[in-house]
Write a protein that binds this ligand. Structure first.
Ligand code: NAD
Length: 476
């Protein structure tokens, strides 16, 4: 049985309760884990606070060296960790390898920043005094992670936090704790001091992190309704929050686009991870002149996405993570069809004994999806793509922005003028122009509108794990 990681100990829940983690492709039990609660979060927060006194005071260059060694050790374990991620989450082994690598790379990327904290000198009216603005660690930070990219999204929070000298209480999603535990264990084996990252498990630990008085900042990746609850629960404690929430990313394709490149990127952008990605192309707006040609290419690509168990070499798309998630996507597709949409590829579930016990679904492409259907107004967190016809860029931008979400967005065109208009006018935290929707370590990532606020990735994320302090030196 797996355990939680709290300071130097590998522990069960104080309550003694446990729950099972199951394989989404077969329903088999993968492992049993502790079902922690507020008492366990309290232990972890106190452990993190103790560790922070030492970690936060280490010479920054030493923190950088420790993080690099730990990341390197973790990266040497990718082949061990990836199959565990596939078994608990469902994604293909290739997707798991990419994700496990991203965990280690992210720790190393922020590790490099550990000794590059800069402040400012500010002149003051009194010539005998001078002012400084310095940056300090915040203290203990909380990290709450969803199940779709358990490792990437944990690293996005842990890495900038510990590089800046904080310690962390991390809560993976209830259904995907195992690969996260392995990653954190590998960092500790690689030299990360015990207590710098503590892992608690169980559904009730999320709320306990948000309300724990020792935890000074909480970073959540999750759905928009969860983000609203977390923000409300953090308010009485005036706790800092970073909220990376749901999205319904629009993609606009104009008549002058490179259709082969666009089809490739859109197919990956929608169907990667069985469509369970926050940054995913969830609404496609195609100009009339290339509508049929692009659709044909997308259907050809969807045909190659063979569903199956993620550990099977032939699989190109794993199952959905839970039965509820699949039912939600199926209901959204049915709603669109009831309002007049047509399924041009997929729909339904794959048939055969190998699919009987898993949450499998076919990649699905629809046309004539009305703007008031659930597929357009809500986030579609699965492999179903509504393709909408537009007359021109004006219509594309207006319909792209007609949503409460504002996470990613993209445009395919060979016109610099059109691209630049989209960059300026699309209401989103990211716009890709003729490029695959991938978040880069170097660029700040985060949403606007109901997709949340605060940044992960980039220098901006690092600085959001520090606090500025003004200093006045008077007569010395
Ligand atoms: P979720 O909101 O149900 O859960 C996310 C995490 O929050 C889980 O660990 C959960 O246990 C915890 N949680 C739930 N309620 C809580 C509460 N009241 N207080 C504290 N913690 C609580 O999300 P999910 O279903 O696991 O993930 C899918 C959602 O995440 C989608 O909406 C997706 O778009 C979003 N997401 C966003 C990003 C991004 O970077 N913007 C990335 C990936 C996923």
């Amino acid at each position: 049985m797996a355990t939680m990681i709290i300071e130097g100990e590998r522990v069960g829940a104080v309550s003694g309760e446990t729950y099972q983690v199951k394989d989404p492709a077969t329903g088999e039990v993968v492992d049993e884990v502790p079902k922690g609660g507020p008492e366990d979060v309290d232990r972890a927060a106190k452990a993190a606070q103790r560790a922070q006194r030492t970690w936060g005071r280490l010479p920054a260059a030493e923190r950088r060296r420790i993080l690099h060694r730990a990341a390197e050790h973790m990266l040497s374990k990718v082949d061990e960790i990836a199959p565990i991620l596939t078994r608990e989450q469902g994604k293909t082994l290739l997707e798991s390898r990419i994700e496990a690598r991203r965990f280690g790379e992210n720790i190393a990327w922020f590790g490099d920043l550990a000794d590059k904290v800069h402040g400012e000198y500010v002149s003051l009216p009194d010539t005998g005094a001078f002012g400084l603005v310095i940056r300090r660690p915040i203290g203990v930070t909380g990290a709450i992670v969803p199940w779709n990219f358990p490792l990437t999204l944990a690293a996005n929070k842990i890495a900038p936090s510990i590089a800046a000298g904080n310690c962390v209480v991390l809560k993976p999603a209830t259904t995907t704790p195992l690969s996260t535990l392995k990653c954190v264990e590998a960092l500790i084996e690689g030299g990360l001091p015990e207590g710098v990252v503590n892992v608690v498990l169980g559904p009730a630990t999320g709320e306990a992190i948000v309300t724990h008085p020792l935890i000074r900042k909480v970073a959540l990746t999750g759905s928009t309704p969860t983000g609203k609850r977390v923000m409300a629960a953090a308010a009485p404690h005036l706790k800092k929050v970073t909220l990376e929430l749901g999205g319904s990313d629009p993609c606009i394709v104009l008549n002058d686009a490179d259709l082969d490149a666009a089809a490739k990127a859109i197919s990956t952008g929608r169907f990667f991870n069985c469509g369970q990605a926050c940054l995913a192309i969830k609404r496609l707006y195609v100009q009339e002149g290339v509508f049929d040609a692009l659709l044909e290419r997308l259907v050809e690509r969807a045909k190659r996405l063979k569903p199956g168990h993620g550990l099977d070499q032939a699989t190109r798309m794993g199952p959905m993570h839970t039965a509820d998630q699949r039912a939600e996507v199926e209901a959204q597709v049915q709603d669109a069809v009831a309002r007049g949409a047509k399924i041009v590829y997929g729909g339904g579930r794959p048939e055969g004994p190998e699919y009987a016990s898993g949450h499998f679904i076919n990649p699905t492409i629809l046309v004539d999806v009305p703007d008031d259907s659930r597929m357009v107004t809500e986030e579609v967190f699965g492999p179903a793509l509504p393709v909408m016809r537009i007359k021109d860029l004006d219509e594309g931008i207006a319909r792209a922005n007609a949503t409460n979400f504002g996470l990613g967005s993209s445009i395919w065109t060979s016109s610099m003028r059109a691209a630049h208009r989209a960059v300026l006018e699309l209401e989103a935290g990211y716009t890709w122009v003729n490029a695959l929707q991938v978040a880069h370590d170097e660029l700040p990532f985060g949403g606007t509108k109901e997709s949340g606020f605060g940044k992960e990735h980039g220098l901006e994320a690092f600085y959001q794990y520090t606090e500025q302090k003004s200093v006045v030196y008077g007569e010395l």
